[in-house]
Design a protein around this ligand. Structure first.
Ligand code: HEM
Length: 307
């Protein structure tokens, strides 16, 4: 799943990643996310960023590699002046409407690394957990197959199908409720404040527990049950706006939210129509919560193509 979503983000951002050693870049991003990309105890004690980098040579090496490799791609693209209509082109041409400022090569490089890092493992996890839940719930699989056949037949999933794949989208949403790819969002209080009668001093680190929120008994009926109908139009409107936060909320809400929903819906429809995924019943699922929520020992599946 990680490799599939990595291909999608490379195609969208960098027209396939020309000029980049894709296997190496994918490996280094993995190392970076596991090391420097995670919140650490150093953050909780307010230690400076250089401390984390210095105490984490593997992560620092991965970041140096990514900065160099992506920096070279940016330089080449600026020099060639080609217009492929991908996201890098859009960022190269973008002008801040307030300051008329354009991005420097370093800004661009860092933005691309952020988009690629933030944008593919999360979506891969949403798909992984969705396939796991579907594999344990035959009725959902059958409803998915019926919807995909009715909307797209045998054709490749195209933009005009996405809006009509409503149940498929609900399955993605319900999978992200039970297994939110970003399970905890950290924040630092800027000023002294009071939250639910608790005094919070400026500088305190707060953790917003998305996983717990999504399974809270006062917010959800039978919260541990997989039920994509919760996200049907009639049920979704009654819910509190902040009861469901897979993409966060407020000014820092995920910038890739719409992209991710389109991507995950199209990919899930394609996978489910193309193959049956059966989770190995001997394999114990252990969700491991760091900043993302992964299955700790992977997700072995028996994959049988349909027909
Ligand atoms: C299912 C997939 C995804 C999930 C669950 C997800 C989740 C999140 C969450 C929870 C945040 C907010 C973090 C915070 O408040 O501290 C966030 C921010 C962000 N996401 Fe996503 N994301 C997904 C896909 C994507 C994609 C596809 C992209 C890029 C193409 C992306 C790029 C970003 C960026 C750049 C931010 C930082 C935004 C800012 O701070 O202003 N994400 N994401």
């Amino acid at each position: 799943m990680v490799r599939a979503t990595f291909d999608v983000i490379l195609e969208t951002m960098l027209s396939g990643g020309e000029g980049l050693d894709i296997d190496q870049a994918s490996h280094e991003i993995g190392v970076y996310l596991e090391t420097l990309g995670q919140p650490s105890v150093a953050d909780l004690f307010g230690l400076p960023a250089w401390f984390r980098v210095a105490s984490n040579p593997r992560g620092a090496r991965a970041l140096r590699y990514l900065k160099r490799a992506v920096g070279n791609v940016v330089k080449q693209r600026r020099a060639n002046g080609t217009n492929r209509g991908d996201l890098v082109d859009m960022l190269l041409q973008a002008v801040d409407p307030e300051t008329a400022r354009q991005m420097s090569d370093e800004d661009l490089r860092d933005n691309i690394i952020t988009f690629i890092s933030a944008g593919h493992e999360t979506t891969a996890l949403a798909l992984t957990w969705a396939l796991y839940l579907i594999s344990n719930h035959r009725p959902t699989e059958e409803r998915l197959l019926a919807e995909i056949a009715a909307v797209a037949g045998d054709a490749s999933i195209a933009p005009e199908h996405i809006e009509r794949l409503t149940f498929t989208k609900q399955v993605v949403q319900e999978a992200m409720r039970l297994f939110p790819p970003v399970a905890i969002i950290p924040r630092a209080a800027e000023v002294d404040t009071v939250i639910a009668d608790i005094r919070v001093e400026a500088g305190t680190t707060l953790l917003i527990p998305i996983y717990a929120l999504h399974r809270h008994r006062t917010l959800w009926e039978d919260p541990d049950r997989f039920n994509p109908d919760r996200f049907g139009a009639e049920n979704a409107s009654a819910r509190h706006r902040f009861a469901y936060l897979p993409f966060g909320g407020g000014p820092r809400i995920c910038i890739g939210m719409s992209f991710a929903m389109i991507e995950a819906t199209a990919m899930l429809a394609t996978f489910v129509r193309g193959a049956r995924f059966v989770h190995d019943p001997m394999h114990q699922i252990r969700p491991l919560v760091r900043i993302t929520m992964r299955p700790q020992c992977g997700m072995p599946m028996l994959v049988t193509t349909r027909e």
